[in-house]
Design a protein around this ligand. Structure first.
Ligand code: ADP
Ligand code: ZN
Ligand code: ZN
Length: 739
């Protein structure tokens, strides 16, 4: 009899599969890839996913252990999702087991049954009458019965409170046999032709053209970039395309950056449709996540909305994928499996042969390049839907002007005039805290983090120095730790200082601060926004949290205190990010009658990228930036992989990378002529962080296939290198941050 060997992916960082025998009493014929098995692993047990059944193994047969139990009667992971995970593991050079761990809901990994939960459903009893004399004098029971009568399929127990049905009334009705309660799997599938719960807005001509273009591509894989200025009605286009998808009997997957998944966004989807919406974001608990995943898989959710990892939600009848704010950095995972959800969404759409729509007011240069070269259909919305005007940009040259807590004189005047006209001001400064560092005026001592090559930020309100890189916190010293004098001065300005200064300058107006420190309390943000919506003149000071999701129709002046960081950073993506941030912040303002004005303080008023952005707009900026990338051979005109290493001892990380570099050089020599360059190893831009010394080696390739050929062979060697055991290392394919 041939041996039956089960090859499993286990949740281990090792990039290999593990072989087992079938569990006792399990017939090989019933095994399918995707099924989960409980297996012994060392002295522990783990849950693995069956990848294949084979008849050979490299493990001596007498060492092969049997799996302890088979957990699934059929594979819980649909083939399409399996395929996507295989592709992901290969592309990102990541272990399949760990890839599955990132992709699957945590409860599935822990062995929870992959079946939707049974639920209790309340229903009106057959023959029950609303005018039953027994409830003639019980108005609440009568009301409850009336509500149930409107839901012939029954009401799930967990929805009782949403429908204002009280459990007490239902229990009384149950005792009178006027209602029944039944435990079953889920509500009957509701196929209907009334998907709209609310009328649609008539599309304007730009929206209509975009809508028609995507609809014409509904039958198969097509990628589109919807480049529409903020407020141009991209969301309305999404909603109408989703309606088309639902009408075709299919499901839609919508990815949104974490921070946008506020109640406002969700409400728009929920109000529009009579549809089952599955939510997958960080505030959803493990059970809800599994339920949403199962509902989507089984075709019991019509719309799936979620953040990055929702990309891995299977769909029974996939019809459309939408990536909102496709430029957003949160789509790239920065730990473990370093995938980019937007890039994978394109792979998925191609595999499932469905259309995909990327939307943004400030598309990434990569996506724009794909659109300009014809790989994506380019759909432009150039006008604001409500008729509001685009804001006007001005550069304010602050060279040799005194800055008062970061705010120049002309900027103060502009703020004052706006407030006097009864309007609101938004002050943007992408640095939280009071000041970026503390300086001793006598000896020049600067407050530094003991664990990082970084200054600590002064947080005046809490009296602390904090490191924004590792979380280190200490009290603000009373005197200089070096020379003992008391003349310690905060240098530079963060949002806390700007807030304090603005409060002094404009005592008659409220100043509201929005950053991670001010809004860590739950709901604080929403309270703030309620204040702002009321419309009185006020000043809003904040970080990039202001750039996302919310609309401030009463804001007519946007003050950008510092844009220069993005113009002289060593990171080649910094200027793109800065431009996106400025345009996104500006886009929050002046939506209504009053046009907005954006004033940018800068020491580089004549910088070509800043001039392009402020005078010609984002797309002119982007074209210039793309041509600079082409000239420099940077993405999207080349492909990158970054090998990072860190260690407690200085030099260790570089030692490993030196060895890795030699190995790569040898492989390249064997490959023959190629377009690959190795840059480094070099210390990371911030060499020491959280007590570890960090270094990196960048691989740059003109051709993607060559890069992957190198990586495939290289990773196998890196895993064998003894010097690699003393460091923490990771490979980042298509890195976004070069730190
Ligand atoms: P975006 O997603 O591009 O930022 P939204 O979809 O949020 O834009 O639309 C901005 C505003 O314009 C919203 O208040 C929306 O209700 C309104 N709007 C969108 N499309 C239309 C339309 N066709 N007619 C009238 N108003 C519209
Ligand atoms: Zn000193
Ligand atoms: Zn630190």
């Amino acid at each position: 009899m041939p041996d039956v060997i089960l090859r499993l992916a286990l949740p281990s960082p090792l990039r290999r599969l593990f072989d087992y025998r079938a569990p006792a009493g399990v017939d090989a014929a019933q095994l399918q890839p995707g099924m989960r098995l409980r297996v012994p692993f060392g002295r522990r047990e783990m849950i693995g996913v069956l990848i294949e059944v084979t008849d050979h193994t490299d493990v001596p047969l007498d060492k092969l252990r049997p799996a302890s139990a088979l957990l699934d009667p059929t594979s819980p992971i649909p083939e399409s999702m399996f395929k996507l995970c295989l592709w992901t593991a290969q592309y990102y050079q990541h272990g399949l087991g760990d890839t599955l761990s990132w992709a699957l809901p945590v409860l599935l990994r822990q062995g929870e049954p992959a079946e939707a939960r049974q639920e209790r459903f309340w229903q009106i009893a057959p023959g029950a009458q609303l005018d039953d004399p027994r409830i003639a004098r019980a108005p609440r029971q009568r009301e409850a019965l009336t509500t149930l009568a409107q839901h012939p399929h029954g009401v799930a127990h967990q929805l009782l409170s949403k429908l204002q049905l009280s459990k007490d009334s239902l229990d009384l009705l149950l005792a009178k046999a006027l209602v029944t309660v039944e435990v079953r799997r889920h509500a009957p599938v509701e196929r209907h032709d009334r998907w709209l719960a609310q009328p649609e807005l008539p599309l304007n001509s730009e929206q209509r053209a975009a809508f028609e273009a995507v609809r014409a591509g509904f039958d198969s894989f097509h990628a589109f970039l919807l480049a529409g200025v903020t407020g141009s009605g991209k969301t309305e286009v999404y909603l109408q395309l989703i309606r088309e998808t639902l009408e075709a009997g299919k499901q839609a997957l919508v990815l949104i950056p974490e921070i946008n998944l506020g109640p406002q966004t969700l409400a728009r989807f929920e109000q529009r449709f009579n549809a089952r919406i599955a939510l997958l974001h960080s505030a959803v608990n493990d059970r809800e996540r599994l339920d949403a995943w199962l509902a989507a898989r089984d075709g019991e959710a019509d719309i799936i909305i979620g953040t990055r990892s929702a990309l891995f939600t299977p769909m029974k009848n996939p019809g459309l994928i939408i990536i909102d704010e496709e430029h957003d950095g949160s789509y790239k995972q920065q730990e473990g499996l370093r995938y980019h959800a937007r890039d994978l969404a394109l792979v998925r759409a191609r595999q499932e042969n469905i259309p995909i729509l990327l939307g943004s007011a400030t598309p990434s240069l990569e996506s724009l390049h794909n659109a300009y070269t014809g790989r994506y259909g380019l759909l432009r919305l150039e006008h604001r839907a409500g008729g509001a005007q685009q804001p006007k940009f001005m550069r304010l040259d602050v060279k040799s002007r005194p800055l008062d807590s970061g705010i120049s004189g002309p900027m103060q005047q502009a703020i004052g005039q706006t407030l006097e006209r009864g309007q609101q001001v938004l002050v943007f400064l992408n640095r939280r805290g009071f000041a970026p560092t503390l300086l001793c005026h006598d000896c020049g001592w600067l407050s530094e983090c003991p664990r990082c090559d970084a200054r600590t930020t002064v947080h005046q309100r809490s009296g602390e120095l904090r490191c924004h890189h590792c979380g280190h916190v200490e009290r603000v010293p009373r005197q200089c730790p070096k020379c003992g004098t008391k003349d310690l001065r905060p240098v530079g300005a963060g949002t806390e200082r700007a807030e304090e200064r603005l409060t002094t300058l404009f005592p008659d107006y409220p100043v509201l601060r929005v950053d991670r420190d001010s809004t860590s309390r739950k709901d604080a943000m929403n309270q703030l926004f309620a204040t702002i919506q009321r419309g009185q003149p006020c000043i809003l000071v904040g970080t990039q949290m202001l750039a996302k999701g919310h609309h401030f129709p009463r804001v007519t002046l946007v003050s950008i205190l510092d844009a220069d960081g993005g113009l002289f950073s060593g990171d080649f993506r910094a200027s793109e990010r800065m431009a996106q941030l400025i345009v996104q912040v500006a886009g929050r303002a002046g939506r209504a009658e009053e046009p907005g004005k954006v004033i940018i303080q800068t020491h580089l008023a004549e910088h070509p990228l800043l001039v392009q952005l402020t005078e010609q707009g984002y797309f002119a900026f982007a074209e210039q930036a793309i041509s600079e990338r082409r000239a420099a051979g940077l993405p999207p005109f080349s492909h990158l992989a970054l090998l990072r290493a860190e260690a407690h001892k200085p030099g260790q990380a570089e030692g490993f990378l030196d060895e890795a570099c030699s190995a790569a050089e040898q492989l390249l020599a064997q490959m023959g002529p190629n377009s690959i360059e190795l840059l480094g190893p070099v210390p990371a831009p911030m060499e020491r962080r959280a007590g570890r010394y960090r270094a990196q080696l960048l691989v740059q390739a003109g051709a993607r296939a060559q890069l992957h050929r190198l990586l495939n062979a290289w990773m196998l060697q890196l895993e064998q290198m003894p010097s690699g055991r003393q460091v923490r290392w990771s490979l980042d394919v298509d890195p976004v941050d070069l730190y």
